[in-house]
Design a binder for this molecule. Structure first.
Ligand code: SF4
Ligand code: SF4
Length: 481
């Protein structure tokens, strides 16, 4: 006799329908009446299949219950206790093609944002007195292009993102690198997609023209309306940056229409007014999308978000997410990109072994050509995994992937949100706990609460407007934030 038992799953309800989020497979499963009844029986105590059939005989045919049990076994919602096994540690067996290369074209910035991970109190690279050049040379940028095209292997498209410091402080190298990358890619029968992140204060007319002409994807780092932006995003003399950035952003948005332009907001304890920030950036300034990320910092900083701050944040995220859902039900655009990104991940249904592509399909290059896990580690000797001339060895990558696999994060093994979170950002973990291998346990409640909300939205859309979800069929390009 084999007794049936529940496997790991998170139950939720949407549009009057019961669902299960199946943790081993990261699949969303809609429960019909018979499936719900079978699961209730199994939850009530371990029973064998015959006992479940008998228990449900007043309500359902034996054949229906039997086939439902078979289906629930197949999707791994239930299992025979005798065959329950731990999650296998699945690792890439051969080098993964590089999807996105982030070039830190400078580590200098014309702003002095108090919370900046590159200049603030929690920095891991000394950008003022360290050995790194302040600007990437044209030669290093070209070597980076060659590295990217080589490492993208058979992929027809490579993604190059320019980052800083303030990226536009090295605009000449950015321009010449794009020309070179296009030419080299064409010779190899490939394409390169370009994007950059900027604080907008150096968006001169000729820069805007260049970005528009070349269809460069642009993300603007901005925190909201003037009073919020100027709390932390200040020039070195302490002057707020809103008055300089806002007119330039408007000029960019009116000229550069070939690609949607997004805003990226850093949230701190003092700036958690999500709705007001969103309204200003989406409605007043006209950004297509607005994405929010809690500041990365040690817990002792006065701008670090506290536990109650995360509760407040979740409540505000949920309110704005309802707006997104309503718009989606009516096939209208809504620019709250945090929902879109999580829906996309749920729809793709990958149970993540790693939180992001860092060190895998995404790498960051420092101004001297050293390659790191991602742009946030670029220039840190501790997190160097190679350089653009000598490349990155597969052994080094494998060692990183082995030690950072979700199965190594003991605290995450019983968490239903791990297919989406996988322990969270390595840079955040390094800043908080001093190691990239640690899970980010300070934001678990927030992650689970937010994932639950997005599951409810996903379920409701699946019931009422499933066509909307088809936009998420393709795998996303790794996000750079
Ligand atoms: S860090 Fe927390 S929320 Fe994320 S997978 Fe681990 S336990 Fe779950
Ligand atoms: S999530 Fe963190 S570790 Fe991953 S790419 Fe982004 S900043 Fe880097």
């Amino acid at each position: 006799m084999t007794t049936l038992t529940m496997r790991e799953a998170h139950a939720f309800e949407a549009a009057g329908q019961q669902f299960l989020y199946l943790v081993p497979s990261a699949a969303v499963f809609a429960l019909d009446e018979c499936s719900s009844a079978v699961l209730d029986q199994v939850r009530a105590g371990a029973r064998d299949a015959d006992a479940v059939v008998t228990g449900l005989s007043p309500r359902f045919d034996a054949s229906e219950v039997t086939s439902t049990i078979a289906e629930l076994r197949r999707v791994r919602a239930i299992a025979d206790t005798a065959v329950a096994v731990p999650m296998p540690k699945i690792m890439p067996l051969k080098p993964v093609p590089l999807q996105t290369l982030v070039l830190n074209v400078t580590n200098q910035c014309n702003l002095a944002c108090t919370y900046c991970y590159e200049y603030g109190e929690d920095k891991i690279v000394d950008t003022e007195n360290g050995k790194q050049p302040k600007f990437m040379s044209e030669e290093t940028a070209r070597d980076s292009v060659d590295f990217m095209l080589r490492e993208s292997r058979d992929n027809p498209t490579a993604h190059m993102t320019f980052f800083g410091g303030e990226t536009l402080l090295n605009f000449p190298v950015l321009k010449s690198t794009m020309e070179y990358a296009r030419r080299r890619a064409a010779e190899l029968g490939k394409q390169v997609d370009f994007s950059l992140t900027t604080n907008a204060t150096l968006l001169r007319p000729e820069v805007i023209e260049f970005l528009a002409e070349n269809r460069v994807g642009v993300t603007i780092s901005i925190d909201g309306p003037e009073d919020i932006q100027d709390k932390f995003r200040v020039f070195k003399n302490g002057m707020g940056s809103y008055d300089v950035a806002a007119p330039k952003i408007k000029a960019l948005l009116s000229r550069h229409r070939s690609r949607p332009i997004g805003a990226r907001v850093t949230l701190t304890r003092q700036t958690l007014d999500i709705t007001r920030i969103y309204r200003h950036l989406a409605d007043d300034l006209g950004f297509w999308e607005v994405g929010f990320a809690p500041v990365t910092t040690a817990s002792k900083r006065d701008y670090a978000i506290s536990d109650s701050g995360f509760d407040h944040l979740l409540a505000q995220f949920r309110a704005l997410a309802q707006e997104y859902k309503q718009a989606a039900l009516e096939n209208r655009h809504h620019g709250f990109s945090n929902v879109r990104e999580t829906l996309q991940e749920l729809h793709q249904g990958h149970a993540k072994a790693y939180p992001c592509g860092a060190g895998l399909g995404l790498m960051g290059v420092a101004t001297d050509g050293d390659v790191a896990l991602c742009h946030r580690f670029a220039g840190s000797d501790t997190h160097k995994i190679g350089d653009v001339r000598g490349g990155v060895s597969w052994e080094t990558q494998q060692a990183f992937l082995t030690s950072h696999h979700i199965n190594e994060k003991i605290d995450c093994q019983t968490c239903w949100a791990r297919p989406i979170c996988a322990g969270g950002c390595y840079h955040e973990a390094n800043t908080r706990y001093g190691s990239t291998q640690q899970p980010n346990l300070h934001y678990c409640e927030w992650i689970r609460g937010w994932t639950h909300t997005c599951l409810e939205i996903y379920g409701e859309l699946a019931m009422k407007n499933p066509e909307f979800l088809h936009q998420f069929d393709d795998d996303p390009v790794e996000k750079v934030s």
